[in-house]
Design a protein around this ligand. Structure first.
Ligand SMILES: Cc1cc2nc3c(=O)[nH]c(=O)nc-3n(C[C@H](O)[C@H](O)[C@H](O)COP(=O)(O)OP(=O)(O)OC[C@H]3O[C@@H](n4cnc5c(N)ncnc54)[C@H](O)[C@@H]3O)c2cc1C
Length: 471
């Protein structure tokens, strides 16, 4: 029998999920994963805790190795193999491989490719792009100075962990990675300054809830400078970063972490002629098929449909990467076997949960700004309640914010900040959003009650009841 060949570009969450699923669906497929870095299937979300030392063993973040993927799953994984171009007409990819590929690849630190790279072509019958995303870098002077770092892949995490000689850290950006790394650096007793370009709230939350997170940062010794765009990074004669200029001020820095968001790695797809979507993502349909037959894409490199606004969005999320990888793997296997029973990707609820020192901070669905931009006449209500029954020892204030449509009372989004029980409430809101609940239905949910975990009227129920009064 003529065995079909599937090539997957990228070997992290989406790529290895796609490879494993395709192989599971069809054992006769030859599955080849080409990964330009040194590592595959690493838990990027654990890296802030690995850098801080909460997670002691970095290897515990490596879910799979090429050897295990080969031995246990029958998948041929090749690291330090970068796909530099794709020929859709002839079903082939051009690969650069060798010692110089990997660590220096895809980084801005400018070491470039090594001399030992060789170039060759590989044929495919089916193709999956799982090329993920890379740090979006600000256009500021000094970006190549030593000590200017990013955190995206496992090698970045190890490099940050190795920097023991650091006293003053400046984090550029106050999104998810910036917030988590602020805590990590404080645990290591570094001086931490965070620069936020705009003076708006964190994570586009309601200002009242953002204020709580900002206070938590300050309480834990971080300096948060809002409305302070990065101007330049200043180096010494040896090329090491020593200071940062931002918002008209100069601050000492022997490490600068650029955490200014991510951009999809869609260049090979674009150059091959695939259609792009929002923010330069690879455009896919609900089956994760690209604009070219037999070519699928998954993970952080693709656009997703927002489940509330139904708009195409770009979000970087681990579950979405794993899930879309699994679906793309199943669908490419189906395509290669000549079938047409394709699985459908459900889209994203843009759920974010993070830990900022002692606070659980979460958002889901649409923020007020996004809801307005999507054309909803938007209402917002937030409440403060105790996380446990008032008579039960311990507990702490829990803040719940609801975004809703005024006309219909439909829930559009949620925001949670609190020391305990926040994650549970966030998932209630995600579930309510998925079921397209309105405030009335939300207020009537039969949520769990037990004094150590909640008051009889859970904070989510109270928030829904109070919001109901305003529509
Ligand atoms: C510090 C940090 C914390 C995070 N925390 C969370 C969290 O708490 N919750 C959450 O939901 N998400 C979190 N995320 C996001 C999550 O990690 C990503 O959504 C997920 O890793 C995306 O997986 P992916 O496989 O699509 O892309 P990536 O992880 O970007 O992997 C893509 C792979 O493709 C390779 N590649 C790219 N181009 C080529 C090419 N041309 N040839 C060969 N290989 C190529 C890259 O080297 C890379 O290994 C976090 C991310 C970071 C960095």
């Amino acid at each position: 029998m003529n065995r079909k060949r599937l090539i997957i570009i990228g070997g992290d969450a989406a790529g290895m999920s796609a490879a494993s699923q395709a192989k599971k669906r069809n054992k006769d497929l030859d599955v080849l994963v080409l990964e330009r870095g040194d590592y595959i299937s690493y838990a990027a979300c654990g890296m802030p805790y690995m850098v801080s030392g909460v997670i002691k063993d970095p290897d515990s973040l490596l879910i799979l190795t090429p050897e295990k993927a080969r031995a246990n799953r029958g998948i041929d994984v090749r690291t330090r193999h970068e796909v530099v171009s794709v020929d859709l007409k002839n079903c082939s990819v051009t690969v650069k491989a060798g010692k110089g590929i990997g660590k220096a690849m895809g980084k801005m630190m400018g070491k470039g490719q090594g001399d030992e790279a060789r170039t060759f072509e590989e044929h495919y019958d089916g193709l999956v792009f799982a090329t993920g995303a890379r740090p979006r870098l600000p256009a500021a002077k000094g970006i190549n100075l030593e000590g200017v770092m990013v955190l995206r892949d496992f090698a970045d995490g190890l490099a940050l962990k190795d920097r023991r000689d650091v006293k003053d850290v400046v984090i550029v950006g106050a999104g998810l990675v910036g917030l988590e790394m602020a805590e990590s650096f404080r645990r290591l007793e570094r001086n931490v300054t965070m620069l936020k370009r705009s003076d708006g709230p964190l994570l586009d939350m309601d200002p009242a809830l953002s204020e709580l997170v900002e206070q938590e940062l300050v309480r834990n010794g971080c300096v948060l400078l809002k409305g302070s765009p990065l101007e330049e990074m200043v180096g010494d004669d040896s090329g090491k970063v020593v200071a940062v200029r931002a918002g008209g001020e100069t601050r000492r820095a022997d490490l600068v972490l650029l955490a200014t968001g991510v951009a999809p790695n869609s260049e090979p797809a674009r150059e091959a002629g695939l259609k792009l979507g929002v923010k330069d993502t690879i455009a896919v349909n609900e089956h994760l098929a690209t604009s070219h037959t037999g070519v699928f894409a998954a993970g952080d490199c693709v656009s997703q449909i927002h489940r509330v606004s139904h708009k195409e969005v770009f979000v970087s999320q681990a579950l979405a990467a794993n899930r879309s990888g699994k679906i793309a793997g199943a669908n490419v296997a189906e395509y290669l076997s000549g079938g047409n029973q394709f699985s459908t990707h459900p889209g994203t609820m843009a759920t974010v949960l993070t830990k900022v020192f002692d606070l659980q901070v979460g958002t889901c669905g649409l923020t007020v700004n996004e809801a307005k931009a999507a054309g909803f006449e938007t209402g917002f209500t937030w409440i403060k309640q105790h996380s446990r029954s008032h008579y039960y020892p311990g507990g702490s204030p829990l803040f719940v914010g609801l975004v809703y449509e005024r006309k219909t009372g439909r829930l559009l989004g949620g925001q949670i900040v609190g020391k305990e029980g926040g994650a549970k409430r966030l998932d209630v809101l995600v579930t309510a959003l998925s079921a397209k609940m309105d405030l009335e239905t939300l207020s009537r949910l039969d949520l769990s009650y037990c004094p150590p975990y909640s008051p009889p009227w859970d904070p989510v129920l109270i928030a829904a009841s109070i919001a109901l009064k305003s529509i």
